[in-house]
Ligand binder design. Structure first.
Ligand code: SAH
Length: 421
């Protein structure tokens, strides 16, 4: 592999002088506090125009090194920080150590029973805008910034050389797909290394088998971030009638079925997602409890369906909707929507039932989300105990505010006459 130092700067850009930036004092303190983004409007001085993917050095007002990162002339996030604090050569050894750090951080999180795992979680692992997921022997490399594209071959060689997968699939966030195709000849869903692939791959999570649609699916093909919540749901599901709303491919449902849930309904607006759930149930029929569980799928808009099912009750309801706030201005509306959804969930809950309400909106904080759900539960006039609240799984670390999106709250209705606590 061509690890000859070219990861310092993309090869064609080596001759130009270092790109040097000076920034506002507010940005300076944010960077010092470890925030990984420098926004375009925070740049006070720049010695020359910068090119996509080159390393930009950010100096403080005393001309001391502050941080260094990947430059993107077309993104409002103009620099994504690779290193802050002390200057250090960004050479092959440095990249290799960065990868080792991410891998070591996840030691013990995967084994023969769990072959789906996030190896690299973007900024929070020091790889801004880059995600690497493992599904058995397939790796999915997802880029959220074009700034990686000029050094893509080197990054790929490093990762493939270290992890030796059967193949690597490249996924690109929508906003960079056109540029990636035109300037770098890279396509979303392309196998960029190793054996060809024309469908989903099968991997294991906690001994259950799942498909991941790595070529075309949402995120990298599966919602690995909910693994720990799925495990929790398994422990709560025995003997219960379960509703998995916004089920996607039935992740929570399979855990519930294995635990001995009496029945499970997958509710999703997408026929494609529900077909995935049926295939995932089929993949696990060798497990007696999965085979014995009554599994149904329902394709519907969840708010409407929950509102209509006045004569149905469930003992365990999981609500895991897509993000309700894509931008800050949608925050308040989103918090209200979480509240309405929780209320609909509580209304469908049988006596002594458990509600698991999740949110993946980074713009809605933990406190806002929990408050909205608690309020809805209280407004229903029923008493609930809070079993637990959860956040990010250890393979999805979140080191700064914008990265903290996942939260869940578990409420269980108190049995009449039972003591509080
Ligand atoms: N809980 C899942 C992930 C859920 S992703 C897991 O653990 O894997 C969110 C899902 O909500 C997607 O499958 C999407 O199709 C579905 N969805 C989005 N809007 C919806 C709506 N209004 N009603 C029902 N389902 C919806």
């Amino acid at each position: 592999m061509s690890m000859d130092g070219s990861m310092d700067q993309p090869p064609e850009q080596k001759k130009a002088s270092r790109l040097r930036l000076r920034v506002t004092t507010a940005a300076e303190s944010r960077l010092r506090a470890g925030h990984p983004w420098l926004f375009a409007e925070s740049i006070r001085e720049q010695n020359r125009p910068g090119r996509l993917g080159e390393l930009a050095v950010i100096y403080d007002r005393r001309d001391c090194f502050l941080a260094l990162g990947l430059f993107d002339p077309d993104s409002p996030i103009r620099v994504r920080v690779l290193r802050a604090g002390k200057p250090l050569a960004i050479d092959p050894a440095w990249w290799s150590a960065l990868l080792d750090q991410s891998l070591q951080r996840r030691e013990g999180l995967s084994d023969e029973q769990t072959t789906g795992l996030r190896w690299i979680n973007g900024e929070s692992d020091g790889w801004p805008g880059l995600v690497l997921d493992r599904y058995d022997r397939t790796l999915v490399l997802k880029l959220y910034t074009a700034a990686w594209l000029p050094r893509f071959d080197e990054v790929l060689a490093l990762i493939a050389g270290c992890l030796r997968p059967e193949r690597v699939v490249l996924r690109l966030s929508r906003n960079i797909q056109e540029l990636a195709g035109k300037q770098f000849g890279k396509k979303d869903g392309e196998v960029v290394s190793g054996a060809p692939l024309d469908g989903p791959v099968v991997f294991q999570e906690s001994g259950l088998r799942f498909e991941a649609d790595v070529l075309h699916g949402q995120k990298t093909g599966f919602f690995l971030d909910q693994r720990d919540n799925r495990r929790q749901v398994e422990s709560l599901a025995p003997g219960r009638r379960v509703l998995n709303a916004f089920s996607f491919s039935g992740g929570f449902s399979l855990y519930a079925a294995r635990a001995g849930a009496v029945s499970v309904i997958d509710l999703d607006i997408s026929a494609h997602a529900l077909a995935g759930s049926q295939r995932n149930f089929a993949l696990n029929q060798s497990l007696a409890s999965v085979a014995a569980c009554r599994h149904e799928i329902t394709q519907a808009e969840a708010f409407r369906w929950l509102g209509e099912q006045r004569d149905r009750a469930f003992d365990l309801i999981v609500l895991d909707p897509p993000s309700f706030a894509k931008r800050e201005t949608e925050r308040e509306g989103a918090a209200q929507a979480y509240g309405r959804l929780a209320r609909l969930g509580v209304e469908r809950l049988a006596r002594g039932g458990i509600l698991v309400a999740c949110s993946c909106s980074a713009h809605v904080t933990r406190d806002e989300f929990f408050a909205a759900v608690r309020q809805s539960a209280a407004a229903a006039g029923r008493a609930f105990d809070e079993l637990q609240i959860t956040g990010h799984a250890p393979d999805h670390p979140a080191a700064f505010k914008e990265a903290r999106y996942l939260k869940a709250i578990y409420l269980k209705e108190r049995k009449v006459g039972a003591a509080a606590g």
